[in-house]
Design a binder for this molecule. Structure first.
Ligand SMILES: *Cc1c(COP(=O)(O)O)cnc(C)c1O
Length: 401
């Protein structure tokens, strides 16, 4: 058999890894699509396995692409504080929430939370973690007296909050919640998906853990599913242990997409927030529209707290159509620029009529108890020119009889 000059057989050359021909560093973060990483020698392996040296072993534990993006998000969530932040990226927002519960809760523990959580989170608590002995108490977290009463009456391990909440856009006073929770030795977790660290930073307000669905505004382009957990580095071991053992890691490609999106976070989110304000003001004066829920409107119940803890009022709003279910259908069927889609935080404006979509199979009394009425429409405002959005909305609203 003929052999090449390097003395290897054809088969071995085929199956061997190549030498990386990179003469100088790449400008853009590379995608490390490798399940494992190579040890220099046995001492290196000992150092990494005993956690004496940071190293990459196996991509379920850690991956250079994923870690680089996580580090950036940790810096953003702890910006302006002296907290040493630690971030783990996960393969969805739901897995970020699961990680927090798995890392910090034990059988018999009780979570204090709100009824108007992201629907998946409520189901995760009630259908999955309940079977592992985790209890949940649902109260109005916007009322700090109610929170204090619950902390006194029950043995609460964790307060889990989402602010602004969907669809009311009501806001929870994070600094007050953190203060009262600390008095009761209770951990605080905030889902910061709607805001992103650009407009709200719960860790700076003394909240212990932040989670994200990076699928939404952090990525912003609607092309990947992902999540993140960010906390003080003192929680590093506790979080990472559950992360690597459950296997919550995202693919390096998804992390790379997230990073692409995060680069324009400030440009996208500030434009979307400006547009949301224009749209909210337009809707407020429209004769087919009743209540408009946007925390940037001075008559919104959470205007004051939103003004103090958010640097902008966000890109999410909801509104009530006076004509109920039929008006909702009419609006949805007659927009042309705005898209009907059950996500949020994308570049383009999205609308959802929960009564004819996400909440179709949920009993009226239950959905109405969390503010989902027949005529309620939720909007995630994008970065289009606002006058085009108003034209589209205006034309569609005029089709309501
Ligand atoms: C979408 C969303 C989640 C769940 O995230 P996924 O990426 O879909 O798993 C959690 N919380 C909020 C507020 C969300 O909008």
């Amino acid at each position: 058999m003929t052999k090449h000059s390097n003395n290897l057989s054809f088969e071995t050359i085929c199956s061997s890894e190549v030498e990386e021909l990179r003469h100088n560093p790449s400008h853009i973060l590379p995608i490390y699509a490798s399940s494992s990483f190579v040890f220099e020698d046995t001492q290196h392996s000992i150092d990494v396995f005993t956690n004496q040296k940071d190293g990459h072993l196996y991509s379920r534990y850690a991956n250079p692409t994923v870690d680089s993006v996580a580090k950036k998000l940790a810096r953003l969530e702890t910006f302006g504080t002296d907290i040493e932040g630690y971030c783990l990226l996960t393969n969805s927002g739901m897995s970020a929430i699961s990680l927090v519960f798995a890392a910090f809760l034990n059988h018999g523990d009780t979570i204090l939370t709100q009824a108007d959580l992201y629907g998946g989170t409520t189901e995760l608590i009630n259908k999955v973690f309940a079977r592992f002995g985790i209890n949940a108490i649902y109260v109005d977290l916007t009322d700090i007296d109610v929170v204090e009463k619950a902390l006194i009456e029950h043995n609460i391990t964790m307060i889990y909050a989402e602010t602004p909440a969907n669809p009311s856009l009501r806001c929870i006073d994070l600094a007050a919640t953190a203060r009262i929770a600390k008095q009761h030795h209770c951990m605080t977790v905030v889902d910061n998906t709607f805001c992103t660290p650009y407009i709200q930073r719960p860790l700076a307000l003394d909240i212990d853990v932040v989670i994200h669905s990076t699928t939404k505004s952090l990525n912003g382009h609607g092309n990947s599913i992902g999540g993140a957990v960010i906390a003080d580095a003192k929680y590093k071991h506790q979080l990472w242990q559950s992360y690597k053992l459950i296997g919550l890691n995202p693919s390096p490609f998804e992390a790379w997409l997230l990073h692409n999106g995060m680069k324009t976070l400030t440009l996208r989110v500030s434009k979307a927030c400006d547009n949301a304000m224009v749209v909210a003001k337009f809707l407020e004066t429209h004769n087919k529209v009743g209540q408009v829920n946007y925390p940037g409107l001075p008559n919104h119940a959470s205007y004051n707290i939103a003004s103090s803890q958010m640097s902008k009022f966000g890109s999410m709003l909801s509104f009530e159509l006076k004509g109920g279910f039929d008006a909702g259908k009419s609006l949805m069927d007659n927009v042309s620029l705005i898209t009907l889609a059950p996500t949020l935080g994308d570049l383009d404006t999205l609308m959802l009529h929960p009564a004819s979509s996400s909440h179709l199979n949920i009993k009226r009394e239950i959905r109405e108890s969390v503010g989902i009425t027949d005529g309620l429409v939720r909007m995630s405002v994008g970065i289009e020119e606002s006058e085009d959005l108003i034209k589209d909305l205006s034309a569609a609203l005029n089709t309501i009889s």
